[in-house]
Design a protein. Structure first.
Length: 259
């Protein structure tokens, strides 16, 4: 299995999956624009076999119609009236087969209520998670529709995947996310090291993703809502103490929105 990152729009990555190197079949995750997808298919001599979606936002879906004009393929995505092109709706607990690879569907409401992610536990050498805008390298999506309890539960679900799982997220926000992470945890050496490394990569126009669940557990404040330094920073920022991980998450999300 190969996964190619297509940088697109301002900050997006569209992930192009080739399940079997012996087949030219490929699947595109979250095509917010058709042009880079068509170019990558041509360049790599691949044939589009399906479109796979995490949620309804335009920068994940605007390329669908043009791709369907060129390739009549199934469209997999959440049950959502806001993505009329979906031909095969998916929900928590479903399994999706893409060219011989099996993907588990996890519902992760929070960024939007219709958000789902795709997890392949038996990928070699490590499991793979396509996380859309739920979990980012060093951060998480904005809370457009969910509530803190639901979003925090969704992140908790991803935090419990095996630590060596490779995380593919939809945006190059890592440096800004880690600057915020460092404001929350100034004494965390893993955050400092990761920020340094991410800045170097961006200076060389290299992507900072994919990441791993292990790296996120060590450096992503939104997965660290029960860690003492994060709890302390949240209560200092908000001026009151928080009783639960969801309350800490709510403070962090509000803090980051204005950061
Ligand atoms: Zn989004």
């Amino acid at each position: 299995m190969q996964i190619y990152g297509l940088p697109a729009l301002e900050t997006n990555y569209f992930w192009l999956l080739q399940p079997d190197p012996k087949s030219s079949d490929a699947y595109i995750f979250d095509p917010g624009d058709a042009a880079p997808v068509l170019a990558a298919l041509k360049q790599r001599e691949l044939t589009l076999a399906g479109i796979v979606l995490t949620h309804h936002h335009w920068d994940h879906t605007d390329g669908i119609d043009e791709l369907l004009e060129h390739h009549q393929v199934p469209v997999y995505g959440p049950h959502s009236t806001r993505i009329p092109q979906v031909t095969q709706p998916l929900a928590e607990g479903d399994t999706l087969e893409l060219g011989g690879t099996q993907w588990r569907i996890l519902a992760t409401p929070g960024h939007t209520l219709d958000h789902i992610v795709y997890y392949r536990p038996d990928a070699k050498p490590n499991g793979v998670l396509i996380a859309g805008d739920t979990l980012f390298a060093g951060g998480c999506g904005r809370m457009f529709e969910g509530d803190p309890e639901r979003f925090q539960q969704s992140l908790d679900k991803l935090a419990q995947l095996p630590a060596n799982t490779t995380l593919y997220c939809s945006h190059e926000y890592t440096v800004a996310n880690l600057v915020f992470a460092q404001a929350v945890e100034p004494e965390n050496p893993d955050i400092a090291a990761r920020l340094n490394s991410a800045r170097k990569k961006r200076e060389q126009h290299q992507p900072t993703v994919p990441s791993t669940i292990a790296l996120e557990l060590a450096t992503n404040p939104f997965l660290r809502c029960t860690q003492a330094p994060v709890v302390a920073s949240a209560s200092e920022y908000s001026g009151c103490s928080q009783d639960s991980a969801a309350d800490v998450f709510a403070v962090l999300r509000r803090w980051k929105d204005g950061f």
